[in-house]
Design a protein around this ligand. Structure first.
Ligand SMILES: Cc1cc2nc3c(=O)[nH]c(=O)nc-3n(C[C@H](O)[C@H](O)[C@H](O)COP(=O)(O)OP(=O)(O)OC[C@H]3O[C@@H](n4cnc5c(N)ncnc54)[C@H](O)[C@@H]3O)c2cc1C
Length: 429
């Protein structure tokens, strides 16, 4: 039965970055990653819009995203193509969205981040956007108003998730990490400190610890030092039966691909950040996200629903809902971006946000039980992946502090629940 120093469950961005940074911290340690899917990044990492921004209302989120983005940019500068486009995020706020936006801007200002107000007539012209919608029956029904402010955040854009995955996968492999795909961990193996061979072991006084994972089919993979659960939205299915809290819950999210031809195609030529070759990601009222995909002449559209959308796993791979596009997404799009709304989706996919109570990631260490949980990325795990990987690796190696890219130090406990650095995050998109 294979035994390693560390076993990581999940080869999404969190598991991959953790594997890589763990090998950097402890080059001699043996690290294995087991992944249920056929390839790295085949969970929610591969279903994301892969957009990023160093722009949050909580300082910690800003730090995690900012340092990860710096790292990705430097990786690309070193010659690895991550498909980065620094195209920016354009917040197009009605009065409702404006409050959270203003708070983010104040924090950005304190941290010296660049943003600029864009005149509304300029965005109207460049993006073929309707800013004046109030007074119409549709706007009233949808509970949205005129666009009153357009703010361009420049330290933001998108990348190619599969290229980022490939980078960490190759780097982790190069450093000696062992990967096993199509390998689902069915349960955590709990064992006593000293086995007496009695029924019902481990009993509470035997100090149970997580010794490994049992795989589908019955085989086992064991860890000498720690198991790291980086199973994203699926984490609770492994943790809860073994008596561990995941602190996060899955929430379904959907993306629809629309062809951008003719007038809508012209919008793809609008560049607000010089040299980016793409329009920015648009954030419209009710947090309707429009992500340009210039290389495939399309846009990806996403709308987050809160009340009414249950927490929980609907299926291992959830399906997009046609009626959700027709009844929820399209009416908003028709109001603000009518040139896009006429087209039918040419593709769609769905995944889960792994939602934490406050929108900050979760890294918890159960020292005696030799377990680390890393997740709770709340819809922004690509943009914070490097920092979360560094913190999870430090937690597994027993360090109290992690050094982020650029040198800033964070306490591992800030992402746990005993000494959590609680800050409300208002800009979850
Ligand atoms: C529609 C959508 C759009 C998004 N857009 C963005 C965005 O623009 N920017 C951004 O930063 N983030 C975005 N996100 C969020 C981002 O995708 C996630 O935060 C990130 O991918 C989480 O990474 P992860 O490694 O925690 O999870 P995952 O990528 O899901 O990785 C977990 C892995 O664990 C595996 N696994 C689970 N259980 C087991 C088991 N029992 N045994 C073995 N393997 C197991 C899964 O197969 C999976 O591959 C989006 C998410 C969705 C759903």
């Amino acid at each position: 039965m294979p035994i390693y120093d560390y076993v990581i469950v999940g080869a999404g961005i969190v598991g991959l970055a953790t594997a890589y940074h763990l090998k950097r911290l402890e080059p001699q340690a043996s690290v294995a990653v087991v992944e249920a899917g056929p390839a790295p990044g085949s969970g929610d990492t591969g279903r994301s819009m892969a957009a990023f921004r160093a722009f949050f209302t909580s300082r910690l989120n800003m730090l995690l995203a900012g340092s990860s983005i710096d790292y990705y940019l430097d990786v690309e500068r070193s010659g690895v193509d991550l498909g980065i486009r620094m195209a920016g995020y354009l917040f197009l706020a009605d009065e409702r969205l404006q409050a959270a936006l203003r708070e983010g801007l104040r924090e950005a200002e304190r941290l010296g981040l660049e943003y600029e107000e864009v005149p509304l007539d300029r965005v109207e012209e460049l993006l073929d956007l309707n800013t004046r919608v109030s007074g119409s029956e549709e706007a009233e029904l949808l509970g949205v108003g005129d666009i009153v402010e357009a703010v361009l955040v420049k330290r933001a854009g998108f990348l190619a998730a599969e290229k980022l995955v490939d980078y960490y996968y190759r780097e982790a492999l190069r450093l000696g990490t062992v990967f096993s795909f199509n390998t689902k961990a069915e349960k955590l193996i709990l064992e006593p400190r000293v086995s007496l061979g009695i029924e019902g072991e481990p009993l509470p006084w035997q100090d149970p610890h997580v010794a490994g994972v049992k795989l589908a089919g019955g085989a086992e993979v064991r860890a000498r030092k720690a198991i790291i659960v980086a199973a994203g939205a699926y984490a609770a299915t492994l943790l809860n039966p073994a008596g561990f809290e995941s602190f996060t819950k899955p929430k379904k999210r959907q993306v629809f691909r629309l062809p951008a031809k003719g007038r809508a195609g012209d919008m793809l030529k609008a560049e607000l950040v010089k040299g980016s070759g793409s329009p920015p990601l648009l954030i419209l009222p009710r947090k309707l996200l429009v992500r340009p995909a210039v290389e495939e002449e399309s846009v990806w559209v996403q709308l987050s629903d809160e009340a009414g959308r249950p927490y929980g796993l609907e299926a291992w791979e959830p399906a997009p809902e046609e009626h959700y596009y027709t009844l929820a997404v399209n009416p908003l799009l028709s109001l603000y971006l009518p040139s896009l709304a006429g087209a039918s989706p040419t593709g769609a996919w769905a995944g889960y946000y792994d939602v934490s109570p406050d929108g900050l990631p979760v890294v918890t260490r159960h020292e005696e039980e030799r377990l680390v949980i890393a997740g709770g990325t709340s819809g922004s795990g690509i943009m914070k992946g490097d920092a979360i990987g560094r913190i999870a690796a430090a937690a597994a190696a027993g360090h109290d502090e992690a050094e982020l890219y650029g040198g800033e130090k964070v306490e591992v406990a800030w992402l746990g629940f005993k000494k959590r650095r609680c800050e409300e995050e208002k800009l979850i998109l």
